[in-house]
Design a protein around this ligand. Structure first.
Ligand code: UDP
Length: 234
């Protein structure tokens, strides 16, 4: 295994599978199997899950809601997704702990950095919910932040595309994929990797990011083994 400890970021939308909204349990179970396979090789895995399949603060603001209120709703949506992933992992015998940046004692632990690290050392999958716990942030930023706090070797951003392209490959067929790119190039070219707060956190803390297609079963293992699929940002 190339890494000892990794942080996996799954967007809310990735949990939708082929649906237009909500959670596709088959898709979530596929992710759970991929995560289990890598964990069984001895890697420590923390996961940050987004909430865009259920609620996004920014979109709600556009339709008239107050932004902070909407963002808190978005954070609650991430916890719903985290619970779905936790359920899928536990259903295949993987021990997990869910920690939320907003206290919800009946359903999960509060986020406690040192406790999360102990869980990882003990081989549990730690799932982080409620983003950073603050409005005006995103779960990409939460992923960078938790990865740094956990001293992860890398942030793996699992998406539905196989890396970062020169342009949107769905709109521009001549777009090509980068194998590797620097943080500076991401800024200069205005590439859509993660939001700028998340990118800056990673750059300042020398934390590499790999963007890859998590929807192909087995890809997560390839990344964990160091196979150069996806795009490495460093
Ligand atoms: N959110 C927030 N603070 C955070 C993380 C998330 O306010 O630290 C809210 C924000 O409204 C966001 C929503 O939660 O739109 C869902 O998160 P995100 O959009 O990052 O999810 P993803 O795009 O990964 O599905």
């Amino acid at each position: 295994m190339k890494y000892k400890r990794i942080l996996l970021k799954l967007s809310g939308e990735s949990l939708m599978g082929d649906r237009q909204y909500g959670i596709d349990n088959k898709q979530v179970l596929q992710y759970a199997h991929d995560i289990k396979a890598v964990k069984d090789k001895g890697m420590e895995i923390a996961v940050v899950v987004g909430g865009g399949n259920i609620f996004r603060g920014l979109s709600a603001e556009k339709s008239g809601m107050e932004r902070a209120q909407a963002d808190y709703m978005g954070m609650l949506a991430t916890v719903i997704n985290c619970m779905a992933l936790q359920n899928a992992l536990e259903s295949i015998g993987v021990e997990t702990r869910l920690q939320s940046a907003i206290k919800m004692e009946q359903i999960c632990e509060p986020y406690i950095r040192r406790r999360a690290m102990t869980h990882l050392e003990n081989g549990k999958i730690v799932i982080f919910g409620a983003g950073t716990g603050n409005p005006y942030f995103t779960t990409d930023t939460a992923a960078s932040l938790r990865a740094i706090e956990m001293k992860s070797d890398v942030v793996l951003k699992g998406t539905r595309v196989d890396g970062i392209y020169t342009a949107d490959p769905e709109k521009d067929p001549s777009a090509t994929r980068y194998d590797e790119i620097t943080f500076q190039e991401v800024y200069d070219k205005g590439l859509n990797v993660m939001d700028m707060t998340a990118i800056t956190l990673c750059q300042e803390n020398k934390l590499p990011i790999i963007v890859f297609d998590m929807n192909k079963p087995g890809n997560f293992m390839k990344i964990a083994e160091g196979e150069p699929i996806g795009t490495l940002v460093k």
